[in-house]
Design a protein around this ligand. Structure first.
Ligand code: COI
Length: 356
C-alpha cells in the first residue's frame, strides 16, 4: 500500500456502547477507553488490512518480538470539541511525521498517511460522542505500533500491528510540578534513541522517577549523558524557560521533538519574543533563578499541555520559581491555545484538522 492509494477502512460498530457509563465531569487521564479502535496489520512487506473495531483485548503470541526486543513506538495527540459540536484534531500531521521517524530508527515500517491521518479522522468520526467539550478536557489519542513476529532471533520483525485507541481525559497534571535535576541516571546519549517516542524511553525513566518521588519531587529533569550538565527534558514532557527576555528550550537529538513545544516556540516567534532552541546548562538555570531572571519554567507536551514548574531540586538545594499568576508568556500561550483548540478563535495557521 503506497501513500497514493486510498484505503478502505471497514467499520465494525460495537453493539454495546460504554458511553453512558462515563462521568464526563470527572475525567482522569487514560483510564477509560472509547468504544472503538483502529487496527492495521502489516505483513509480507505491506499493510494488509485496516479496520475500526470495538475496543477490546488482543490475542498475541508470547514469543512476539515487541515483548522481547522492544520494537514498540507510540504517539500522543489530542482531539477537541467546539461549542457548536465540531470535532477537530490538533496538528496530527506533525505526530505522523514524528511517528515515522521513530519507526525508521527502530527499523519498523512507515505508516502511510491514509492509515494514520485518514484512519484517525474516521475513528474520531465513529466515536465523536466520546470527545468531551469542557475546557481542560479533550480526547487523548494514542497511536502505537509494535512488532508481532513470533520468533526469538534478534532481527527486525516481519509483521506489525498499528493501533489507535482514544480516551476522554482531563488534566495529566492538575497542579504545578516540582522537578529534581537528575545527575546520575541517563535517559539518552548522542546516537541513541532519545528523539524517538519508543516504549523503552519511558520504561527506563520509572526507577529514577520513583527515587525522585521518594524525595518529594513530582518528576525528574533529565540532563545529558556525558556530563550531566545540560538540561534535556522532563521525561513526560519537554521543558521551556523564560530567562530574561528570552523564551528558551533545550534542543538536540537526545530530546523528544515535541509538537506542543514546537507550537509554543513558533508562537513565541510570531508574537515577537526572542525564541531560542539551544543547550541550556543546569548552572545557567540555577544562576538565573537565584538572580531573579528566570520568570517562567514549564513542561510542554500533549498530555501535560502547559504545566507550570514551581520548584527545582539540584544538589540537595531547592530553588523556587515565581508565582504562577505572574507568568505572562506561559499563561498567554495557554489561553491562546485553549481558544484555538476549542474553536473560540480563528485558526490562522491551519493547526486544527476538522473531522466533522
Ligand atoms: C504525551 O504527551 O502524549 C505523552 O506521550 C507523554 C506520556 C508520558 C503521557
Amino acid at each position: 500500500m503506497s501513500s497514493s492509494q486510498t484505503t478502505t477502512i471497514q467499520v465494525e460498530p460495537t453493539q454495546q456502547s460504554r458511553l453512558a457509563q462515563v462521568d464526563f465531569n470527572n475525567l482522569k487521564f487514560g483510564q477509560i477507553m472509547s468504544d472503538h479502535m483502529l487496527v492495521a496489520e502489516y505483513d509480507n512487506g505491506k499493510w494488509e488490512s485496516v479496520k475500526i473495531v470495538p475496543y477490546g483485548d488482543l490475542a498475541v503470541s508470547p514469543s512476539m518480538s515487541a515483548l522481547h526486543y522492544g520494537q514498540a513506538i507510540f504517539e500522543g495527540i489530542k482531539g477537541y470539541k467546539f461549542e457548536d459540536g465540531t470535532v477537530s484534531i490538533f496538528r496530527p500531521d506533525k505526530n505522523w511525521e514524528r511517528f515515522n521517524k521513530s519507526a525508521a530508527r527502530l527499523q519498523m515500517p512507515e505508516v502511510p498517511e491514509e492509515i494514520f491521518i485518514d484512519g484517525l479522522k474516521q475513528l474520531l468520526d465513529v466515536d465523536s460522542e466520546w470527545v468531551p467539550n469542557k475546557e481542560g478536557t479533550s480526547l487523548y489519542i494514542r497511536p502505537f505500533m509494535f512488532a508481532t513476529e513470533a520468533a526469538l532471533g534478534v532481527h527486525p520483525s516481519k509483521s506489525y500491528k498499528f493501533i489507535i485507541i482514544t480516551c476522554p481525559v482531563g488534566a495529566y497534571y492538575s497542579k504545578p510540578i516540582s522537578l529534581k535535576v537528575e545527575t546520575h541516571y541517563t535517559r539518552a546519549a548522542e546516537g541513541g534513541v532519545g528523539f524517538s517516542k519508543n516504549a523503552g524511553n519511558y520504561a527506563l525513566s520509572l526507577y529514577p522517577t520513583q527515587l525522585a518521588n521518594d524525595e518529594g519531587y513530582d518528576q525528574i529533569m533529565w540532563t545529558d549523558a556525558l556530563e550531566h550538565k545540560y538540561i534535556e527534558e522532563a521525561g513526560t514532557a519537554n521543558l521551556i524557560f523564560r530567562i530574561g527576555d528570552k523564551i528558551i528550550t533545550p534542543h538536540g537529538d537526545t530530546i523528544l521533538h515535541g509538537v506542543t513545544r514546537r507550537t509554543i516556540m513558533e508562537l513565541a516567534e510570531k508574537w515577537g519574543y526572542q525564541a531560542e532552541q539551544r543547550k541550556v546548562s543546569v548552572q545557567e538555570l540555577i544562576d538565573g533563578i537565584k538572580a531573579g531572571e528566570v520568570s517562567e519554567a514549564f513542561a510542554a507536551g500533549t498530555a501535560a499541555t502547559i504545566t507550570h514548574i514551581d520548584r527545582i531540586g539540584f544538589e540537595g538545594q531547592d530553588y523556587t520559581l515565581p508565582p504562577v499568576e505572574g507568568r505572562e508568556f506561559s499563561n498567554k500561550v495557554l489561553g491562546y491555545l485553549n481558544d484555538l483548540r476549542y474553536g473560540k478563535t480563528e485558526d490562522p495557521f491551519g493547526w486544527n484538522l476538522i473531522v466533522k
